[in-house]
Write a protein that binds this ligand. Structure first.
Ligand code: AMP
Ligand code: MG
Length: 482
C-alpha cells in the first residue's frame, strides 16, 4: 500500500511526529471489507494486524499527532489536539486521498489528563457507526478495522484496549482553525486555510474572496450533514468545535445515539446535563459552530460583511435540505403549492410522534405501507400509537395530500423504503455485540456490520434487528467515557 502524508508537508508547528505505543498480544475484532476495498486492500486484513493495532508503522508511513483547539460545550477550552489519534499516512484512491489514523494508539503530547487509549466498547461503537452512517448515505469518516488487546484500561471500571483504524480525506476540524486564531498566529492560519482550499476545495480559488467562499462551503456542508442527522434521528452527542470536520463529515463517534421513542429533547450523552446537544438543539448548535469557524477565519476574510453573508447560508441550506429529505421520507414529490400545509402536516406528525413516543425508525419505515386511497393497510403503523384516533386523523390528512399528486402505492413504497432505513444501530444492538466481543466472541460485531451495510434492504433473515428495543435497553446510558 503506497502511503503519502500530505499533512506532514505543513510546518512542524501543526503536529508532533511520534510513534504509537505498542499493545501486547493483539487480535483482530472486525474489519470492513468495503472500507478496505476503498483503499485497495483485500477483505482479509488478518495479516496486517501489527499495523492495525499500531505495533508497526507501514512502510513510508509518517506518524504524527495534530494540534488543534476548540469550544467544548460552548466554552473556549484552549489547546486540545490528537490526544489518542495518530495520523500515519494517506492513500490515493479513485475518490481522492484517504488519510489513515489509529485511534487509541497511545499517548501524544496532546493527551492532557488522558491515557491515549480507547476501550473495546467505544471502539466497536465507532467502527460500527462509521460504516452504518456511510451506508445510510450520510457524510462520515470511515472505519477500516478494530483490533483489541487484553491490556487493561481504566474507565468507570477496568476495560480492555482497542484501536480503530479510521479513514477520511482529512481530519482537519473547525478547532484546527480556532487554534491559530486564538493564538493570533495569522501566518499559520493562512497556511492551514490555503492547504484545505488547495487540496479539498480547489474551485474556490476562483472566488473573489476564497476564504469567505471556504466558510460558505463548509457552512453549507455542515447544514446538509445536520439535516441528514435530523432526518434519520441521529444524535452526535458531543458537537464541540473540535469534533466538527472542515469537510462536513460526521466525525468522532462517542456517546452518539439513534432516536428510538421520539422525544425532540432527547439527550443521548448523559454527561450533557443541560441538553446542549439534544436532538432538537443540533441544528442551532451546527450554526453556532459555523459561527465559531467564521470568527477564526475573519482575519483572512478581512471584512465582517462577507463573513456574515457566508454564515447566513446556514438557515436556508439547512431548511431546504431537511425539507427535501422529509418530503422524500413521506413519499411526497411535489411541493410548490403546498408549502404551508406541508409544514403543518410535518409539524403535527412530529407532535403526534412525540405525544405517543413512537419509534422513529419504525414510524417512517411503516409509513411506506399506507395506501393513498383507503386505510386498509394502516394497521402496522397505527399499532405504534397509543392515541389511535389522533393517528387516524393525521393519516387522513396525509392521504389527502398524497392524492393531490400522481401517486402509485407500490412505486411510492419503493421510493420511501430507499430513504427510510429499516436497520439502524440501536444502542442495545451495539451493546449486545460489545458484550459478546468482551468475551472474545466477535461474530455479533460482524453480523451487525453486515446488516447495517444494507440499511434500506429487507433482510428477512435479520428481521429481529429491526425490532423495538427490549425493556432492559431503556436503562442503557452512554457517557463520554471512551
Ligand atoms: P472528544 O470529546 O472525545 O472528541 O475528546 C476531546 C479531546 O480529548 C480530544 O483532544 C481527544 O484527543 C482527547 N481525549 C479523549 N479521550 C482521551 C484519552 N483517553 N487519552 C488522551 N486524550 C483523550
Ligand atoms: Mg474529538
Amino acid at each position: 500500500m503506497p502511503l503519502d502524508n500530505s499533512f506532514a508537508s505543513l510546518p512542524p508547528a501543526f503536529y508532533t511526529r511520534l510513534m504509537p505505543t505498542p499493545l501486547p498480544a493483539p487480535y483482530l475484532v472486525a474489519a470492513s471489507a468495503a472500507a478496505a476495498s476503498l483503499i485497495g486492500l483485500p477483505p482479509d486484513l488478518a495479516d496486517s494486524l501489527d499495523v492495525l493495532i499500531g505495533n508497526a508503522v507501514p512502510e513510508r508511513g509518517q506518524a504524527l499527532a495534530a494540534v488543534y483547539s476548540g469550544h467544548q460545550f460552548g466554552v473556549w477550552a484552549g489547546q486540545l489536539g490528537d490526544g489518542r489519534a495518530i495520523l500515519f499516512g494517506e492513500v490515493q484512491t479513485a475518490q481522492g486521498p484517504m488519510e489513515l489514523q489509529w485511534k487509541g494508539a497511545g499517548l501524544t503530547p496532546y493527551s492532557r489528563m488522558g491515557d491515549g487509549r480507547a476501550v473495546l466498547r467505544s471502539s466497536i461503537r465507532e467502527f460500527l457507526c462509521s460504516e452504518a452512517m456511510h451506508a445510510l448515505g450520510i457524510p462520515t469518516s470511515r472505519a477500516l478495522s478494530v483490533a483489541g488487546s487484553d491490556q487493561g484500561v481504566i474507565r468507570e471500571t477496568v476495560e480492555t484496549a482497542a484501536v480503530v483504524v479510521r479513514m477520511a480525506p482529512s481530519f482537519v476540524r473547525f478547532g484546527s482553525f480556532e487554534h491559530w486564531y486564538y493564538r493570533k498566529q495569522n501566518d499559520e492560519l493562512k497556511l492551514l486555510a490555503d492547504y484545505v482550499i488547495d487540496r479539498f476545495y480547489p474551485a474556490l480559488r476562483a472566488a473573489e474572496n476564497p476564504y469567505a467562499a471556504l466558510l460558505e462551503e463548509v457552512t453549507r456542508r455542515t447544514a446538509h450533514m445536520i439535516a441528514h442527522w435530523q432526518a434519520v434521528g441521529f444524535m452526535h452527542g458531543v458537537m464541540n468545535t473540535d469534533n466538527m470536520s472542515i469537510l462536513g463529515l460526521t466525525l468522532d463517534y462517542g456517546p452518539y445515539g439513534f432516536m428510538e421513542g421520539f422525544d425532540a429533547d432527547h439527550i443521548c450523552n448523559h454527561t450533557d446535563q443541560q441538553g446542549r446537544y439534544s436532538y432538537a438543539n443540533q441544528p442551532q448548535v451546527g450554526h453556532w459552530n459555523c459561527y465559531a469557524l467564521a470568527q477564526a477565519l475573519l482575519p483572512l476574510i478581512g471584512e465582517v460583511e462577507p463573513t456574515q453573508a457566508a454564515l447566513d447560508v446556514y438557515q436556508t441550506e439547512f431548511a431546504a435540505k431537511l425539507d427535501e429529505l422529509l418530503h422524500a421520507k413521506l413519499g411526497i414529490a411535489t411541493r410548490e403549492q403546498h408549502v404551508d400545509a406541508d409544514q403543518a402536516l410535518l409539524d403535527d406528525m412530529f407532535a403526534l410522534m412525540q405525544a405517543n413516543g413512537v419509534d422513529f425508525t419504525l414510524f417512517f419505515r411503516r409509513l411506506s405501507g399506507l395506501r393513498a386511497a383507503d386505510s386498509s393497510a394502516d394497521e402496522p403503523l397505527r399499532d405504534l400509537f397509543i392515541d389511535r384516533p389522533a393517528f387516524d386523523a393525521w393519516a387522513e390528512r396525509y392521504r389527502a395530500r398524497l392524492q393531490t399528486e400522481n401517486t402509485d402505492d407500490d412505486m411510492r413504497a419503493l421510493a420511501m423504503n430507499a430513504v427510510n432505513p429499516k436497520y439502524v444501530l440501536r444502542n442495545y444492538l451495539a451493546q449486545q455485540a460489545i458484550e459478546k466481543a468482551q468475551n472474545k466472541d466477535f461474530s455479533e460485531v460482524e453480523r451487525l456490520l453486515t446488516v447495517l451495510q444494507r440499511p434500506y434492504d429487507e433482510q428477512p433473515e435479520h428481521e429481529h434487528y429491526a425490532a423495538l428495543p427490549p425493556d432492559w435497553a431503556s436503562h442503557l446510558e452512554v457517557s463520554c467515557s471512551s
